[in-house]
Design a binder for this molecule. Sequence first.
Ligand code: ADP
Ligand code: ASP
Ligand code: MG
Length: 587
Amino acid sequence: MALVVQKFGGTSVADPQKILVAAQKAVARHQAGDQVVVVVSAMGHQTDVLVDLARQITDRPSAREMDMLLSTGEQVSVALFAMAIQSLGVEAVSLTGAQIGIRTDSTHTKARIKSISTDNVRNFLDDGRIVIAAGFQGIDQHGNITTLGRGGSDTTAVALAAVLGADLCEIYTDVDGIYTTDPRMLPEARRLPSISYDEMLELASLGAGVMHPRSIEFAKKFGVKVLVRSSFKNVPGTMILSAAEATPRAVSGVALAKDEALITLEGVPDQPGSSHALFSPLASSGIAVDMIVQNVGHHGLADISFTVPADDLAQALEVTQGVAAKLKARGVFHDASMAKMSVVGVGMASAEGVAGKMFSALSREKINVRMITTSEIKISVLIARTDGPAAVGAAHRAFGLEAESAALGTDSSSLPLRPSSPLEVVQRLEGMEDLAVEDCQLDSSQALVTFIDLPDTPGVAADVFEEVGKAGLFVDMIVQSHPREGRAELSFTVPARDRDRAIEAAGRIAKARGARVADVPHVSKLSITGVGIRSHAGVADRLFAPLTEAGINIDLVSTSEVRLNVIVAAEHGERSLAALRRAFGLA
Ligand code: ADP
Ligand code: ASP
Ligand code: MG
């Protein structure tokens, strides 16, 4: 007998007929002898309707009352779902988040789960009933109803699967699986038979709306097997599982975050502490920043740029302006019309020329790249919002993602039902959704190449990496600053053993473009690995603070959901490692 959690999204329970169809799926599992927990979203667009109702009353509804209001959507759908199952002759019981015992913190409208008690659910299951759980909601320590943030029913489902030790968590939705990119935006997108937790975490948090990113944090931390499949068609779906079980590809998918804003703090002292002075108050305001880029600095002054979701712009600007005044910075620039396009793949780190290929594809479409950051499994570029769809199409074609061969792999239906193993770090967490830092590593085998005053013309990154590729240089981390006065800075790391070759090639490249090359120092790369690194506000700052204290300057930073990388001068490597291990409580 297996235990299966099935989640039905809004479109899957949009009307009574659809609820009956969904209920039949749960009943079929139950009749096959399995225990079944169903997690349900609000019907159709009910949550939007409720948000709109509140707006008609006031522009600034209290977050607590918002949660009280929004949680009613799921209360309606669970009751109807339980009735539907009962009408099919099987016993069922509906439960709210509070009745299950889903304990969260008190951050209304985006609460994080602290713990879930399983007694109630288990008793009902052992009694032979199907349990219908309200998605997206919980209760804080004072008994207030909380919600997990839009799209949060996925997270309820995977979290329940985690605590119950479910064999499988099925996510029923309106697409038949995870695609190489949003099929609504690009019809050539293809379904992937399987995808790894890390790739799905990145894609989801970089804009693929198909799964709530926090649900994949749970899946990875607790080793929950997740199958995303269609509510309406009986087709295979996509299995989300550990990297060892998924098919590795250089590029698995493309995501677009359509509403990004760029903020640049201009002309700050280029010394340890400037980043900390900025990112510490941003973290305290609960703003999760991405794409952090600091340029080398002219005449002792540097620019620090970062991106935030456009919704957080006003608050982030206010904080940044305060910091600018304190640091006597030259000014604060912002642009709210940006989008972030990312390509993701676990095989990227060992594949050559992925970045170059992507920049060339964008260049052919005359798309100007405003900022670049990379980590081991993704490359993100900041572009004008209006270029978003064209950029996705160009990247998708460049990696041949529309072709069958790119999407081949084990089909999910042939995989055994069995959870993967949970991460060791999970036992040390106080709350289920706490940031999970696993390790901090030092790699001192790289050298850093920096171009200064590179002309900001479409295609310049493509040009540079084409020549870098021809010179046989294997590039690891890439960061391009936001251009100012038509000039940008572009930095990347190469193996230190190739330093001479890199200096020679960089000199040639710079000369042809009227740019300069800075010294090419040996550097140390420090990587903090774990789960939820970007989505937990303030992780980057937990890295800046101890390095500032130790008087160590940071050359480059890159963030992803599973990794935070920093580049510092080689001589600071060991000291940085020790400081970071202490800061993150790693022995
Ligand atoms: P539900 O209401 O079931 O939770 P969502 O609307 O939240 O469904 O998610 C499904 C939608 O996600 C799809 O209709 C699709 O347009 C969108 N989507 C975005 N990126 C992807 C992707 N990479 N693969 C599949 N669907 C995607
Ligand atoms: N009903 C909630 C929303 O629309 C939660 C969910 O559907 O996952 O955001
Ligand atoms: Mg959803």
